[in-house]
Write a protein that binds this ligand. Structure first.
Ligand SMILES: [Zn+2]
Length: 322
């Protein structure tokens, strides 16, 4: 706590730390993260729709794991939040930021998929009694990966940021479609076939036609493949047909035009598939193929070196059996 306060002070969050000092210490931490830092403010992107834009980085202790976009839709009775962020600190900051724009209770948390940057803040929503909603495959995925995530990210992010982080599974599951009533406002949840992961869920606000695409849409940061390349490419046509006025991608700007926002990742995955198919046809071994596949896309993406080889490996394993 003290270390963290100090670190915040040092990194220029002086006014935040000062206001936190006036509060009981159990509250200090959440308010600390939520306070003066613009990183933790939500922006109104449409009537009653708010979004937080994550940093275009890997998760680190310095960015509080706050690397993915988060959202909130406010109805007459209740708020639905889309994704809980990469730490409990971020989740508390998000809740505090939402509390500044509405007094309505947060009744639902929708998880767009299993990745840590999207779900590590779930416990904060369980604490306030929100119903956590996810794809029917999400509990199974979290059972399989959760222990690994906690262990791995504790090493990567450090004990302080991981404090209180738990794997909390959804209790309301989406098989195919599900509507949530926020009071005079419906949001439509849709469960997808394997693409980014095998548990991708999108949220569509019918009132403003805002689509929260989760990691089915990446902009700027290289998309990461943890589901099915062919499935993702196939479902892009279905995704593109959604009559949205705007999209909030999982990573990238909030917001972007729809369906133009899909163009970059579609091109990347088509090139990756083309390069890998050629390598397989030429008999190039996997370890060599993954070093050059997708290379022509390098300059179009952030974090290319962090993820391209892994994507290529996954693509090779999938396309080998075509
Ligand atoms: Zn993801």
């Amino acid at each position: 706590m003290i270390d963290r306060l100090r670190r915040r002070l040092v990194s220029g969050f002086a006014c935040t730390a000062a206001s936190a000092a006036l509060l009981p210490c159990c509250l200090g931490r959440a308010v600390l993260a939520a306070g003066g830092s613009s990183r933790f403010s939500v922006r109104q992107i449409a009537d009653g729709v708010f979004a937080f834009q994550g940093a275009d980085e890997l998760m680190t202790a310095a960015n509080d794991g706050a690397i993915c976009n988060l959202g909130a839709v406010v109805g007459a009775d209740a708020v639905a939040v889309i994704d809980s962020g990469g730490s409990l600190i971020e989740a508390h900051a998000l809740l505090a930021a939402i509390g500044k724009v509405t007094a309505k209770p947060v009744r639902f948390l929708v998880n767009t998929h299993m990745h840590p940057d999207h779900i590590f803040g779930n416990a904060a929503f369980r604490e306030i009694g929100a119903t956590i909603v996810g794809h029917r495959n999400l509990p199974r995925a979290l059972d399989a990966r959760g222990t690994f995530y906690l262990h791995n990210y504790r090493e990567q992010l450090g004990e302080a940021l991981m404090e209180g982080v738990e794997i909390v599974s959804p209790t309301m599951l989406v098989d195919d479609h599900l509507q949530l009533d926020l009071g005079g406002r419906m949001i439509e949840l849709r469960a997808w076939k394997a693409a980014h992961t095998d548990n991708d869920l999108t949220v569509f606000d019918t009132a403003t036609r805002t689509l929260f695409a989760g990691d089915l849409v990446f902009m700027g940061s290289l998309p990461t493949l943890d589901g099915s390349l062919l499935g993702w490419l196939r479902q892009m046509d279905v995704l593109a047909a959604i009559g949205a006025a705007r999209v909030v991608p999982g990573h990238g700007p909030v917001t972007a035009d729809w369906p133009q926002a899909l163009a970059g990742e579609r091109r990347y995955f088509e090139i990756l598939a083309r390069d890998i198919r050629k390598a397989i046809a030429d008999g190039t071994p996997l370890r060599e193929a993954v070093k050059t596949a997708g290379e022509s896309e390098r300059d179009n993406w952030h974090l290319f070196d962090d993820y391209n080889e892994r994507n290529a490996t996954a693509a090779f394993a999938e396309l080998e059996w075509e």
